[in-house]
Design a binder for this molecule. Structure first.
Ligand SMILES: NC(=O)c1ccc[n+]([C@@H]2O[C@H](COP(=O)([O-])OP(=O)(O)OC[C@H]3O[C@@H](n4cnc5c(N)ncnc54)[C@H](O)[C@@H]3O)[C@@H](O)[C@H]2O)c1
Length: 335
């Protein structure tokens, strides 16, 4: 099949492209390289440096290559930062998704798989299940949920298959580690490798559930071929092994032999305290299995960062709302 992956230079998009190539598909993809890394793109991908907001170019590419399946992975996946740069973030979550969906629907693409986010659930009691009524609290989560609703409505009208993947805290090699605004585990490891104190917001007792990339690619890939997955919202990631940020910092320190202590900063506004999902539906529909643990994720991620080398953090996105609520770490560029 001809598969198109938006955000193919990103973490999930590049791993997914590799899996599709391995299974014999023709893989096309785009990225505007605002996040991700160009060298993430696997050999064999037919790559275009195009912004997802550019409906016309996408429309041409989908038509020219007779695309069958679309994975929409591109996003500015900034949950906490979306509170301070909502214009930039929602433009690349909501508006860009509508542009991609419209071009896909205009070309009768058979199935659209949209990577949403656990942020869609917001402030409800975990574990979040697909049946839960979402209550997103930040612009990122609100924009993801709005994009889902546009997708479902237009696919129903045009009789096109859709699947919504809800990944949560996926970690591993190729994840951007020099971005000060997101990817907590990669930042912690990167800081320790630089022999700098990792940053914790609040008391560090926030609970999360991390998933290693290898466990997530198979269910994501199955979303394109499984009949049962059609018209379903499905969480992707484990529901066992919740961990606090304090515990995560301790595990990383033990693994890397880092002897320093973390630096604590004020809570980040609107950060959800306990966020993890149920994987029952993914187990049932996509045969999801957790085979890796957090130690393996730390080992593989730190090997990856070591192989690429430590870097300066990139503060390349403007803070739109800069006031006394804006975390000092970002205002003063101290991560
Ligand atoms: N990794 C996770 O744990 C996780 C969790 C929840 C949701 N998600 C979702 O999964 C998807 C993939 O996430 P990821 O971790 O691979 O992120 P990523 O940042 O590594 O990849 C996203 C890619 O999209 C590109 N991009 C952003 N805006 C674009 C635009 N307007 N046009 C073209 N390209 C654009 C970026 O350059 C980047 O390479 C995203 O939709 C994200 O919201 C991921």
């Amino acid at each position: 099949m001809n598969v198109f992956i938006t955000g193919v230079a990103g973490f999930l998009g590049s791993h997914l492209a590799e899996e599709c190539l391995k299974n014999g598909h023709n893989v096309y993809g785009n990225d505007n390289l605002i996040g991700g890394y160009k060298d993430n793109i696997p050999k064999g991908v037919n790559f275009s440096n195009i912004d997802c907001n550019d409906y016309y170019q996408l429309n041409d590419i989908f038509k020219l290559n007779e695309i069958d399946i679309l994975y929409h992975c591109a996003a500015t996946a900034y949950e906490g930062f979306s509170v301070f740069s909502p214009n930039f973030v929602t433009k690349n979550i909501f508006q860009s998704s509508v542009s991609v969906f419209s071009a896909a629907l205009n070309n009768n693409i058979k199935r659209i798989i949209f990577c949403s986010s656990m942020a869609r659930y917001g402030e409800i009691t975990p574990p979040f299940s697909e049946e839960s009524i979402p209550n997103p609290v930040d612009p990122y989560g609100i924009a993801k949920l709005a994009a889902e609703k546009v997708l479902i409505s237009l696919c129903k009208l045009n009789n096109i298959e859709w699947v919504i993947a809800v990944p949560h805290n996926i970690v591993g090699p190729r994840q951007k580690y020099d971005d000060p605004y997101r990817n907590v585990m990669s930042i912690i490891i990167h800081k320790m490798l630089k022999n700098e104190s990792p940053v914790i917001y609040g008391d560090g007792e926030q609970k999360r559930c991390f998933s290693f990339i290898d466990d997530c690619i198979s269910p994501l890939y199955k979303m394109m071929i499984s009949k049962e997955a059609n018209k379903q919202i499905i969480n992707i990631g484990p529901d066992e092994g919740t961990i606090t940020i304090n515990e995560l910092v301790n595990l990383c320190a033990n693994h890397l032999g880092y002897n320093g202590t973390p630096t604590y900063f004020k809570d980040r506004p609107l950060e959800v305290k306990n966020a993890f999902c149920s994987s029952n539906k993914a187990r049932k529909l996509l045969n999801y299995k957790t085979t890796s643990n957090i130690e393996k994720a730390i080992l593989e991620t730190s090997n990856y960062i070591k192989s690429k080398g430590v870097k300066n953090f990139e503060y390349n996105i403007e803070i739109e709302i800069n006031n006394n609520l804006t975390p000092k770490t970002w205002k003063n560029k101290i991560i």
